[in-house]
Design a protein. Structure first.
Length: 207
């Protein structure tokens, strides 16, 4: 793994993986740019955006933000990254000397080789208060279950889907919202969680 940038003034180089819209990615890049203008010693540097979908809107967003953005062929599997495709993702990230990999709406499961290449340094955003409602369709699951509070979680990626150590969470009240309204509100708190995480990372809290 790339030498850790811990407890120093060294930059922390970030890669962001997406599959679609890319609002979380945009939020991360814009926040880092803003913090860097305020404080030239702000350490977090988004370096590259990778997408497993050639037409992901997030790729356009990234290009407009002036960050290197690539589509990388995800290989023959529909829901996971394995074999030579996985190798290509890891190689690309290593070449960019990336310290942290952020999954921001990246809709594929990462396997052993990828996980071992960035142990403890892969972060995922999930639209529920984990451990509740892992996997897909979280808004529908939440509405069907009649609970009152939902939310979002930022967690480390581990072998088991959506089960890695939870770093940050934020809740919100359902209060009669439908799926679309719930999704919009959840996106807002996902963005807040990422901004909070970036500031903590800059301060060395997670090193
Ligand atoms: C987010 O809601 C995230 O929790 C989920 O996928 C969505 C991605 O949204 N994993 P965006 O592409 O960042 O707008």
């Amino acid at each position: 793994m790339e030498k850790s940038a811990k407890k120093s003034k060294e930059s922390i180089r970030l890669a962001i993986l997406i599959s679609g819209n890319g609002s979380n990615m945009q939020n991360i890049v814009e926040y880092c740019q803003k913090r860097q203008q305020q404080n030239p010693f702000f350490r977090i540097k988004p370096i590259i955006v990778l997408s497993d979908q050639p037409r992901a809107f997030g790729l356009e967003r990234a290009q407009k933000l002036g960050i290197k953005a690539l589509y990388l062929n995800p290989g023959k599997f529909r829901t996971k990254l394995e074999g030579s495709a996985e190798e290509n993702y890891v190689k690309t990230l290593k070449k960019e000397r990336v310290h942290y990999v952020v999954l921001a709406g990246f809709m594929r499961v990462l396997k052993n080789h990828f996980l071992r290449s960035f142990t403890g340094k892969i972060i995922n955003i999930h639209p529920s208060l984990l451990p509740f409602f892992t996997g897909l369709d979280t808004y529908k699951k939440a509405l069907d279950s009649n609970i009152k509070q939902v939310g979002a979680s930022l967690h480390l990626v581990s072998q088991k889907i959506d089960e890695g150590c939870i770093l940050l969470q934020k809740s919100l009240a359902i209060e009669g919202k439908n799926v679309v309204e719930l999704q919009q509100s959840t996106h807002k708190i996902e963005h807040q969680l990422f901004r909070q995480w970036l500031d903590l990372l800059d301060k060395g809290i997670f090193d």
